[in-house]
Design a protein around this ligand. Structure first.
Ligand code: NDP
Ligand code: GDR
Length: 369
């Protein structure tokens, strides 16, 4: 039985990847951080009681900022594959916590590679690094592919640039099987609530159900190449099943503005939204409603709050996944419409529960960011 170790197993991708690897018959080990509350909601359905015999899903406490801890876990597990998905992954937050971001995202990657080397596992353990389209940053070429020059635009992207190159360096210096997946934005019902797509699908669901009036967003003109996380974790696995370690772009090849994502999300609920105004004055208003959810015409459902603007922005991402498709045989199952539908339906379920609780006189607390 193959053994895999996943850092960031409690995150969006970690949860989908753990599920995929368990389906494939792996023994899956995940590293989770200690937190004052349970932080395993995305993987609770996979949980196996450690007291049971022959369990195939095991969690270890750990942190990417702790070399000794990482080395001990890797020594204990002796994994065939390590997927380094753990990171401080929020671009805007990286401007607030740049040093920590560098420690976890850049040096954290080095810590794992060095642990593999020190433990003499270079020939046994294959390594996947969660690299990102944020490396492309300021547009140098479109669509962006494996050979496009990098120009990172945030402390997050700069830290990930180190992670990218140290992975390449360990591959070349020590002949390790180490790959970068340069993944473009991928989303899902499990996406963190403060990333723009989930913020929009949650907002649209709450507004349709009368639980909220307005979503406040930042740059509406930003364009992203959005895919479904379920498709993207398959590419991660495929990258570690090849004869040779290489780096791959994983993307859909289609780019969409934040504004159009908003229209699609409300559209799933039969609510047509039109935008007017520019910059901080831009507003999204209800034009018409054709389904179950009837909102007043002209209701201002989207406004701009400059607090969500970034000091340096990445305006346009669009990836060319030709190499992943031809060399890995990777295929997409979800297009953007199917992704939006999956997210909106899931958030409707969540907020219908809240609506039910409110009607029963219970309090419901929601966080906004
Ligand atoms: P999430 O933010 O959902 O998950 C990040 C995971 O990393 C969580 O499990 C988190 O733990 C964990 N983590 C954070 N800091 C540390 C630390 N210091 N030590 C150990 N674990 C830590 O990210 P995604 O699942 O969306 O992304 C997975 C990876 O892919 C990340 O590295 C991200 O940067 C990268 N990436 C993501 C893309 C996307 O569009 N989703 C695109 C390209 C790259 P906790 O749950 O406790 O917070
Ligand atoms: P991104 O994702 O920065 O691309 O990083 P995010 O969803 O945060 O932003 C996408 C674009 O939307 C604009 N935007 C807003 N973003 C947020 N979060 N909140 C808002 O209110 C808002 N309004 C507009 C942003 O300015 C940006 O242009 C994600 C992360 O998963 C990274 O870890 C990963 O590496 C990259 O995708 C690829």
């Amino acid at each position: 039985m193959k053994k895999a170790l996943i850092t960031g197993v409690t995150g969006q991708d970690g949860a989908y990847l753990a599920e995929l690897l368990l389906e494939k018959g792996y023994e899956v080990h995940g590293i989770k951080r200690r937190s004052s509350l349970f932080n395993t909601s995305r993987i609770d359905h996979l949980y196996q009681d450690p007291h049971d015999k022959d369990i195939r899903f095991k969690l270890h406490y750990g942190d990417l900022t702790d070399s000794m801890n990482l080395t001990r876990i890797i020594q204990e597990v002796q994994p065939d594959e390590i997927y380094n998905l753990g990171a401080m992954s929020h671009v805007k937050v990286s401007f607030d916590t740049p040093e920590y971001t560098a420690n976890a995202d850049a040096v954290g990657t080095l810590r794992i590679l060095e642990a593999i080397r020190l433990l003499g596992l270079e020939k046994k353990t294959k390594f996947y690094q969660a690299s990102t389209s944020e490396l492309y940053g300021l547009v140098q070429e479109i669509p962006q592919k494996e050979t496009t020059p990098f120009y990172p635009r945030s402390p997050y992207a700069v830290a990930k640039m180190y992670g990218y190159w140290i992975t390449v360096n360990y591959r070349e210096a020590y002949n390790m099987y180490a790959c970068n997946g340069i993944l473009f934005n991928h989303e899902s019902p499990l996406r963190g609530e403060t990333f723009v797509t989930r913020k929009i699908t949650r907002g649209a669901a709450k507004i349709a159900l009368g639980l909220e009036e307005t979503i406040f967003l930042g740059n509406m003109d930003a364009k992203r190449d959005w895919g479904h996380a379920k498709d993207y974790v398959k590419a991660m696995w495929l990258m570690l099943q090849q004869d040779e370690a290489e780096d791959y772009v994983v993307a859909t090849g289609v780019t969409t503005t934040v504004r159009d994502f908003v229209k699609m999300a409300f559209g799933e609920l039969g609510i047509e939204v039109e935008f007017s105004g520019e910059g901080v004055k831009e507003v999204g208003r209800v034009k018409s409603c054709s389904g179950e959810y009837q909102l007043p015409e002209g209701a201002e459902v989207v406004k701009v709050d400059p607090k969500y603007f970034r000091p340096t922005e990445v305006d346009l991402l669009i990836g060319d996944p030709t190499k992943a498709k031809t060399k890995l045989g990777w295929e997409l199952e979800y297009d953007l419409q199917a992704l939006v539908k999956d997210m909106v339906l899931s958030d409707m379920e969540i907020f219908k529960r809240d609506q039910f609780l409110l009607k029963g006189g219970h309090k419901v607390y929601n966080q906004y960011e």
